[in-house]
Design a protein around this ligand. Structure first.
Ligand code: SAH
Length: 359
């Protein structure tokens, strides 16, 4: 016998779909606004708590819909104020989300997948492989949980899709999540406050260029040539450096906005003065800024962080070429919340995971 289809999740649909559902159920569409306010602004996790809706409508909604919220399984605070949240999903899988205070704004670093298929050589999440995509409800759910746990429902914050997963590898759910986050009756996020970070899956990048809700774009470049990048970011064998940079040149940008190129600095691998010059020349035709990320080392990751002198030298050469450059301050490294350090135990633990768990 087929299992009965699960009721749709109110936290997984855009407001227009809530309106159509209300229509179908014989209730006025405007209740969708109240429902959005309850879920996203007031943080309710139970339909019964939406007390300005009639009892009858609440009962109907509870029959027709579920309302899922990731469960806060563990919370850890770093000496620098960064907080890492371990969230448990409906199917028992776990993801991590990170709160980074004062950077200069408050930032939520959100996951888009359980694990990641990209297998970048320096990233711990990559060691997990891809377990599954997150739903839009689970992506937005991280923001709901963090905003509640941090007492920040009424506060302004930025969102970076730089947690676990490759957002463009989970395109539809990620875009739906962004539309829900943007809804004026929910979090009302401006696209300028959201940054999507990607290895540069070309077809998805071209699709993104057509979207009406356009987040800031960050490209994980990490090397100035295909030979070097191919060793670090396996998908480069399919979508090379030249093609990605060309797509960035065509990418529609808002006034005064720029594409960020992220560049993880690895000692002796991609941190030479020649690499810096090639990188600066490579992005010369793009409205770009370069964000250098000194490696966050971890057991099982076969690279080292360059010396501060090497990092400074690299940054200086780029600046001398007239390209804006910044060095990302590592946050939350003591609790393994920094870039590339998010990993949760899967059913099968890889050697790197076992080591990471022992840390
Ligand atoms: N999959 C997306 C977003 C997640 S990673 C992407 O690749 O862009 C966010 C950033 O952290 C990426 O630039 C990623 O390359 C970087 N990163 C991964 N592992 C790292 C590590 N060990 N040290 C420093 N940065 C790392």
């Amino acid at each position: 016998m087929a299992t009965p289809a699960r009721a749709p999740d109110l936290a997984d649909i855009e407001r227009e779909s809530v309106e159509s559902a209300l229509d179908r159920l014989g209730h006025p569409r405007f209740h969708a606004r109240q429902i959005f306010q309850w879920i996203y602004r007031r943080g309710v996790t139970d339909i019964a708590a939406m007390t300005d809706l009639s009892r009858e409508l609440r009962d109907t909604l509870a029959k027709e819909f579920t309302l899922t919220t990731p469960a806060l399984a563990h919370r850890e605070t770093s000496a620098d104020g960064t907080e890492k949240f371990l969230l448990r999903l409906e199917d028992g899988r776990h993801i991590e989300s990170v709160f980074i205070p004062d950077t200069p704004s408050n930032t939520f670093c959100i996951s888009t997948q359980v694990g990641c298929a990209m297998a970048c050589a320096f990233c711990l999440t990559g060691k997990m492989g891809l377990v599954r995509n997150l739903t839009a409800a689970e992506i937005v759910g991280q923001v709901r949980v963090l905003a509640g746990a941090l007492n920040m429902r009424a506060a302004r914050f930025n969102i970076v899709l730089m947690g676990m997963g490759e957002p463009l590898h989970n395109y539809d759910e990620t875009m739906k999540a962004l539309r829900i986050l943007a809804d004026e009756h929910g979090f009302a996020m401006s696209p300028r406050r959201i940054t999507l970070s990607t290895v540069g899956l070309l077809p998805a990048l071209e699709r993104l260029a057509q979207e009406s809700f356009m987040p800031n774009l960050a490209i994980s470049l990490h090397a100035p040539s295909d030979v070097q990048r191919g060793e670090l970011v396996p998908i480069n064998k399919k979508y090379g450096v030249g093609d990605i940079v060309d797509a960035c040149k065509r990418f529609p940008l808002r006034k005064r906005s720029r594409i960020t190129f992220e560049y993880v600095l690895l000692a002796g691998v991609n941190d030479s003065p020649q690499d810096a010059r090639r990188l600066a020349r490579l992005v010369a035709g793009v409205k770009a800024k370069i964000n250098l990320i000194p490696l966050n080392a971890a057991p099982g990751i076969p690279f080292e962080r360059p010396s501060d002198a090497a990092i400074d030298r690299f940054a200086r050469i780029i600046a001398e070429h007239g390209v804006t450059v910044s060095v990302r301050k590592s946050r939350g490294r003591d609790i393994r919340a920094a870039c590339g350090q998010l990993i949760v135990e899967g059913p099968k633990k890889s050697a790197a995971q076992q080591l990471a768990v022992m840390m």
